[in-house]
Design a protein around this ligand. Structure first.
Ligand code: SF4
Ligand code: SF4
Length: 152
């Protein structure tokens, strides 16, 4: 996973505060948490930073796929074992006779399901990580043997 330091090293490091933060490191943290976008740093769009901007776009691209909870699915690593589907406490609570025991979903409130051999996140707003009162649940990521899912 990308770190704030990696992002920081590609920022102008001018501390111009145009992004609203006192330091480029603070902006790097905000970019990592998706609270800010590259467009929030006007200096970065100076032609002299074109290489850095391109590298940042590449580095941050996976974060753009993240759901509202920060969940990223790496399709190429998922082999559909369904460990995460069965381990998710919300799946278990909402779908005890379906995905909780490894069968197809019988509730429209399940979060994780397997479709065509790959995990899918159907209802991110049901996840314990969703919203201001989120709980840092990690049952799905902890039980994945191939690191196919992560939170950013
Ligand atoms: S973080 Fe917890 S609630 Fe959210 S999808 Fe993963 S296991 Fe389910
Ligand atoms: S994300 Fe991991 S645990 Fe879930 S189905 Fe894919 S490989 Fe299995």
């Amino acid at each position: 996973m990308v770190s704030a330091m990696e992002i920081y090293q590609l920022l102008p490091q001018a501390a111009c505060k145009e992004c609203g933060y006192v330091s480029c490191m603070a902006l790097a943290v905000a970019l990592l948490s998706r609270e800010k976008k590259l467009e929030d740093c006007p200096s970065l769009f100076d032609p002299k930073y074109a290489d850095k901007l391109n590298k940042l776009k590449e580095l941050l691209a996976p974060l753009e796929q993240a759901s509202e909870t920060g969940l990223i699915i790496h399709d190429e690593k998922c082999f559909g074992c369904a460990n995460c589907v069965v381990a998710c406490p919300v799946n278990v609570a909402n779908d005890p006779t379906g995905s909780a025991i490894g069968l197809g979903p019988k509730s429209d409130k399940v979060i994780l399901v397997i479709e065509n051999g790959v995990v899918r996140c159907l209802n991110p707003n049901e996840c314990r990580r969703f919203g201001p009162n989120r709980i840092l649940c990690n049952a799905c990521t902890a039980t994945c043997p191939s690191k196919a899912i992560e939170f950013v």
